[in-house]
Write a protein that binds this ligand. Structure first.
Ligand SMILES: *Cc1c(COP(=O)(O)O)cnc(C)c1O
Length: 368
């Protein structure tokens, strides 16, 4: 049993992919161009967003969004304390300060009821993360952001195709940031990312920032920019894969439903909750248990792979020590990081694999 199956997606696109790559290699098209423009249009349309800009990575997608907003030294940006580290590093990289907020015990997303207390005169934006493939509570977050005139940058790196109340991840914030890192639900054969937005002026700014601040005239640069272009080859691969994303997400959702059916009622184990009206795309299927150590040992005995996302909340990361947070500051994030464990969930997982995983979980929790 594999934790992640990087081959399954290739099998689905192999012949089209090889033909396309041969075409691109023959033409010598490697940077931006028609494939990138087409992918941007198709992905924007998939997300119900007006515009999309392909970039180098999910990290760059977040960073360039912050740069578009002019965020820098002296500013503060609100970030959940439990997510992948890139969500806060991008804020630090602009010179602004990440301000952490605890998460909701059930959804693992930022807890909207705790955001207001973190807002100061210096706050410029909120970065909700649609963690594991489940959207954060966007209606509440957007109403707070409106009241305080803050931008909202959706970190949708784990949430391609996720939705809530009919709204797609990446369609309601000022920006939506996606990663196509090889293990994500929609993935490139290397690093790649993308930003969505509904605002034309932000779209234009993003196009400039990702391409060395280029203006209309050749070698005349109007703003300080970066090289964060999406490779033509990656865009071509992503276009082929985009046709399958709903089918792959549906397979994840089906696997998750089977896990949850079998695990319901196992004492001492909590299963992911899906709030009413949400489409959770299960980038990650995590359970929580106080017997995590024992469970991992048992999994190893049966050769069942598992993984911890994430063992250390952001406010306790050594790299973030300079921000001055302490253990105890965000009790929910701290508790969750001690108890959480991700099970294999990829689309090609067999029902018998799921049954095997569940049997091992039952063995450890017998008589709890
Ligand atoms: C993967 C990920 C990122 C970063 O994306 P990269 O493409 O690896 O730079 C950011 N935020 C979250 C929540 C992620 O899961």
């Amino acid at each position: 049993m594999k934790f992640i199956d990087l081959q399954e997606q290739y099998v689905a696109i192999r012949s089209d992919c090889l033909q396309k790559l041969d075409e691109l290699f023959k033409k010598g098209n490697f940077i931006l161009g028609e494939e990138v423009r087409n992918f941007e249009e198709e992905f924007a349309s998939y997300c119900d967003a007006k515009y999309a800009v392909g970039v180098n990575s999910g990290t760059d997608a977040l960073f360039l969004s912050l740069r578009c907003l002019g965020i820098g030294p002296g500013d503060e940006v609100i970030v959940p304390s439990f997510t992948f580290i890139a969500t806060s590093f991008v804020v630090s990289c602009t010179g602004a300060r990440p301000v952490f907020v605890d998460i909701d015990e059930n959804t693992y997303a930022i807890d909207p009821s705790k955001i207001k207390k973190a807002i100061t005169k210096k706050t410029k934006a909120i970065i909700p993360v649609h963690l594991f493939g489940l959207c954060a509570d966007m209606p509440k977050i957007l109403s707070i952001s409106k009241a305080h005139a803050l931008a909202v940058i959706e970190d949708a790196a784990q949430a391609h195709g996720a939705a809530m109340q009919g709204k797609m991840a990446g369609s309601t914030g000022t920006f939506g940031c996606f990663s196509f890192y090889p293990t994500k639900n929609l993935s490139a054969f290397g690093d790649a990312g993308l930003v969505t937005t509904n605002q034309k002026h932000m779209y234009k700014k993003l196009l400039q920032l990702r391409d060395c601040g280029r203006g209309k005239k050749r070698y005349v640069h109007s703003v300080v920019g970066y090289n964060s272009r999406l490779d033509t080859v990656q865009a071509a691969i992503l276009r082929l894969k985009l046709k399958h994303i709903d089918e792959w997400n549906d397979a994840r959702i089906k696997n998750a439903a089977y896990y949850s059916e079998l695990l319901a009622g196992v004492p001492g184990v909590s299963i992911p909750s899906i709030p009413h009206g949400y489409r959770h795309v299960f980038h990650v299927y995590s359970i929580r248990t106080r017997k995590r150590k024992k469970l991992i040992e048992t999994f190893q005995k049966y050769k069942i792979p598992s993984s911890i996302f994430y063992p250390l909340p952001l406010h306790l990361q050594p790299a973030n020590r300079y921000l001055g947070y302490r253990r105890g500051d965000f009790p929910v994030a701290e508790r969750v990081s001690q108890e959480i464990l991700a099970l294999p969930i990829h689309p090609s997982l067999e029902r018998s694999d799921i049954e095997k995983v569940v049997a091992a979980i039952r063995e450890v929790h017998r008589g709890v």
